[in-house]
Design a protein around this ligand. Sequence first.
Ligand SMILES: [Zn+2]
Length: 399
Amino acid sequence: MGMLVTAGLLVTATPEGPIRDGAVLVGEGLIRAAGPRDQVEALAPPGTPRHDFPGGTLLPGLINCHVHLVFDASMDGMGKVREADDLSLFLGMADRARRLLDSGVTTVRDLGDRGGLSLRLRDAIAGGLLRGPRVLAAGPPLTVPGGHCWYLGGEVADEAALRAAVRARAEQGADLVKLMVTGGQTTSGGAGMSESQFTPEQVRAAVEEAHRLGLPVAAHAHGTEGIAAAAAAGVDTIEHCTWLTGDAYDPREDVAALIASRGIAVCPTTSPGWRAMARWIGEERAALLQSRLPWMRDLGVRLVMGTDAGLPGSVFDDFAGSFTLYEELGFARERIIEMATSGAADALGIGGETGRIAEGLSADLLVADGDALATVEALRRPLFVVKDGVAHVPPPRPE
Ligand SMILES: [Zn+2]
């Protein structure tokens, strides 16, 4: 059974631009038509169920490019993962997947789990056993022994082990490979946040092996040196991209230009709790690190949205809470939506499937309460979500 969804504002994330008083016709899981309401209504077969939101914005379902379903966003999420058995971890992941859907997220990329649990969750959702967004899953991230997130099980000691681990992920059905090029904040011991864990040659070998098997590579990199190695190796996306050398903010324009010219997407990972985080690390420091976002945008880098959901304070039910940072930094609202829909889909290689409201694509839709082109705050109030043509009404969000 299809459906007709109408809204006061339709944002298709295509070059067509926003349409006042628009509608989308859904049939057999796909978008059958989209455009001005009167035209689309005329195409709907008699008796088609309808959902009308005259005060809402209808847009493509959102794509969060960086989540960790295994973590629960609590302060001790990492410790819990180390102690939990597979079943309890999986049940928690299923609950978090449903909360992502509640918030209007119809696709996520999971960039690091334990034991391939996110692949199993992906298949359970795709098979209709559980409700949640479409999942692109990396499995355990590749790291050095004792390195960033080593306890997730992806430790590799040398180039041969790196290549073998990439092959193993391909065999297990991973959608991509996650490589911890530098250290990170949340693991004690091992490389510091800005220090490289892998040599440029090792990064290149991992990318070569992954691409040979048709898998994209997402590179975690806080350090400028690691970012440069990832860009030179031709990874597909760079995560965080914090531009640090030691403690210093050290952006390199030549590297950013290389990232832009190679079409590598950058997912800077902004938490919905970015305001609290800024107070935590110091407002001045936070502003300095945030300045990389308009800087990269202006150099032509493709930016996509992700929250690192699961890390402390980065909740699963408020993706759009992270958009407010970009709004404050002066990003155009249509651009912000594009970074979380069509731009994200293209960066993840699924632009032919989802990310836009266009005939023939999956019916992945979100209706938000209010005019999302007047403020992205509207996107924090989802009224109605459709994923693969299946309607989902989110429970009201507690204030
Ligand atoms: Zn992450």
